[in-house]
Ligand binder design. Sequence first.
Ligand SMILES: NC(=O)c1ccc[n+]([C@@H]2O[C@H](COP(=O)([O-])OP(=O)(O)OC[C@H]3O[C@@H](n4cnc5c(N)ncnc54)[C@H](O)[C@@H]3O)[C@@H](O)[C@H]2O)c1
Length: 334
Amino acid sequence: MEAVVHSTVVQILVTGGAGFIGSAYVRAVLKDEFAGAVGASVTVLDLLSYSGNLANLPVTDSRLNFVRGDIGDAALLRDLLPGHDAIVHFAAESHVDRSISGAIPFVTTNVLGTQVLLDAAREAGVGRFVHVSTDEVYGSIDEGSWTETWPLAPNSPYAASKAASDLLALAAHRTHGMDVVVTRCSNNYGPHQFPEKVIPLFVTNLLDGKQVPLYGDGGNIRDWLHVSDHCRGIQLALEKGRAGEVYNIGGGTELTNRELTGRLLEACGAGWDMVRPVEDRKGHDRRYSLDITKIKNELGYEPQVTLEQGLADTVTWYRENRAWWEPLKARTGR
Ligand SMILES: NC(=O)c1ccc[n+]([C@@H]2O[C@H](COP(=O)([O-])OP(=O)(O)OC[C@H]3O[C@@H](n4cnc5c(N)ncnc54)[C@H](O)[C@@H]3O)[C@@H](O)[C@H]2O)c1
């Protein structure tokens, strides 16, 4: 199948655009960072759940239209979707620990909500639909790296709900011929990440002189990807990805949680006495590792932000933006 170049996308609907990654994508589009979307207008559809935050968006930008609403609201979508050339679908319940305490919102938004959105996109004749998925759908891998054809074997309720939505998106292509592309990315980090995820949680704790909780033996391995590299990969998939295909997006930097903790301690000028070992997460996947050969070869993707630079910039951002994260931590009691 030939690559379809969607280089003149003028009206993009971004679900979950007030969250961490969605807002980074929206800010990049509005700053004309992507050659294929220069001058594009963006509609953000976001429920503003606990992790959605209008402070993440340039709300006064005339190219941005913000709509507060649920991706599972079919009537709202019927009115909103016509006229859009593409959808980039980020909206989700996104935190594994929350899915362990209660999985229902994950099924409601990630599975049901995605199907409602797919149906509405088809009815409205929206063009390309980029479904933002995760490497967690593959499960855990002791050696080697996952290619896109690896069987899905999710372990947490979060990962299982993402696997379901990922497969529903692919089914919409195979069954209805929808122009769907799925991206599966590794652990993101960067500015504006809700301070429940490990990097912003650890950094903000350390900036406040508080200890950080390290799960189990700290030997779990993750591949770290700067959010701006993820957004570049998503845009490549939107512009040049082949319909019905999956593209892994990774950063190529695998670290144990212990190694990551060491780097964060150093960046914040703290020692190992600031680390509090805690009982391991239930069903904690041991290792994630993505093979990103396909997106490199087909779409020319290459991560640009080194972990050293990305972590340093991220720590600086949290240091300089207390007004952004202090109210969030106070609200969640973390
Ligand atoms: N953060 C990561 O490391 C990572 C890694 C791989 C994949 N992903 C995927 O990327 C996407 C974005 O993740 P994130 O880290 O930015 O999450 P996030 O929690 O920061 O943002 C999610 C956004 O979705 C919105 N939302 C939730 N339910 C909604 C609903 N029913 N209708 C409309 N909006 C709703 C929230 O208000 C929020 O703005 C998710 O699909 C996630 O599974 C994230």
